[in-house]
Design a protein around this ligand. Structure first.
Ligand code: NAD
Length: 363
């Protein structure tokens, strides 16, 4: 096995470059603890790449990712490119293409509750006090976002648009195995989300999950309709451990998980293929309205790096060092604007300062 580990860095648009800078600071601090030699290369992607090359995913960027061992992604998109047809926009033209190209079918988003940030959660204290620690697993390369045919036809009052939801048994089985394996290392509990009272794809989803569960008898599998799941997450999030969803429902519910935790700026994510090649990125987007102001929260980007170190480099202890430093900084009252509530002991700081403080606190 090579002693060199290559990371492709794709900062992207909006707050992407600012928060990525903070993750790099942290990486530079911890690389001395990592067994392998880390080599990073930065590539242009998204709207920034459209502006220069007219293509959100230039060949050089794709090639750079192919020769890397993992990708650390920032975020892409913004109003500047909203005039473009969907396929040419930064999100569909780069991020969705990367997911498809590397077959990153499993998206993992941990959602946890920081005790020191309880005040930010929209949930009532009596719900929050039970805490929650959820892993949301979303099928990422199938379902309605990729199903064909899709498009628009007709004109005037007769114009119509259509999308197609398709799931094969194979696609459901492989994501089910990922979910059951993660559940085995946690509380051995999966809640699978579907709409099996209406959709054919959901009926198949439920059947396949039930079949696969017979291979993991120690894991308790529960099925829940998406409409009930969004309510249950508000009412009693502590009941969930691993949540497994098809693409569309996962897109929605993982953002809801982010919201109840307090800030989308705190939550990382990872997307894997069958060989566990991973793309790591914050759960949020490019937040164009706060870009360039040095106020964005870099924690999700830094935690995405921590996930990369844990899952791709298999250095869980080093990943934990980063998480401990973040907890310590939050406990000391340091907050970026999105986390600031003007409570006693809170000190508002910039994106740069948050990155530096976390980096300096790692021991
Ligand atoms: P968004 O996540 O960018 O913003 C939603 C809200 O969260 C905004 O109020 C924003 O200011 C805030 N926010 C997000 N990240 C933050 C951070 N790190 N620190 C502080 N506040 C933060 O979602 P949106 O507004 O729906 O989308 C904006 C753009 O991002 C769009 O162009 C969209 O296509 C793109 N987008 C990209 C990705 C991605 O690259 N993975 C994901 C979602 C949206």
């Amino acid at each position: 096995m090579s002693d060199i580990f290559k990371i492709a860095i794709l900062p992207g648009d909006g707050i992407g470059p600012e928060i990525m800078k903070q993750a790099i600071k942290v990486l530079e601090k911890i690389e001395k603890y990592i067994t392998k030699k880390i080599v990073i290369d930065t590539y242009i992607v998204g709207g920034a790449a459209i502006n220069i090359y007219g293509n959100p995913l230039p060949k050089k960027t794709l090639y750079g990712c192919e020769k890397s061992n993992a990708i650390l992604f920032g975020s892409v998109g913004g109003p500047e490119w909203d005039y473009l047809p969907l396929n040419k926009r930064p999100e569909k033209g780069s991020l969705l293409k990367l997911r498809k190209h590397f077959n990153l079918f499993a998206n993992i988003r941990p959602t946890f509750f920081y005790k020191d940030l309880g005040i930010l959660s929209p949930l009532k204290e009596k719900i929050l006090y039970k805490g929650f620690d959820i892993v949301c697993i979303r099928e990422l390369t199938g379902g309605i976002y990729f199903g064909l045919p899709n498009g628009r036809k007709g004109k005037g009052i007769d114009e119509y648009a259509f999308d197609t939801e398709i799931y094969s048994r194979f696609e459901i089985e492989r994501i089910a195995h990922i979910a059951f394996n993660i559940a085995l290392k946690r509380k051995k509990k999966i809640c699978s989300i579907d709409k099996a009272n209406v959709l054919n794809t959901s009926i198949l989803w439920r059947e396949v999950l039930t079949d696969i569960s017979k291979q993991y008898i120690s894991v308790k599998l529960e099925h829940m309709y998406i409409d009930n799941a969004v309510m249950q997450l508000m009412k009693n999030p502590s009941q969930f451990d691993v949540i497994l969803c098809p693409n569309l429902f996962g897109d929605i519910i993982s953002d809801q998980c982010a919201m109840i935790s307090g800030s989308v700026g705190n939550l990382p994510s990872a997307s894997f293929n069958q060989n566990y090649f991973g793309l790591y990125e914050p759960s949020g987007g490019s937040a164009p309205s706060i870009a360039g102001k040095n106020i964005a929260n870099p924690i999700a980007q830094i935690l995405s790096l921590a996930m990369l170190i844990e899952y791709s480099l298999k250095e869980k202890n080093i990943s934990q060092k980063i998480k401990n430093a973040i907890k310590k900084i939050l406990n000391m009252g340091y907050r970026t604007k999105d986390l600031f509530t003007d409570s006693i002991n809170e000190k508002i700081i910039t994106t740069d300062d948050m990155g530096t403080l976390i980096m300096e606190t790692i021991i």
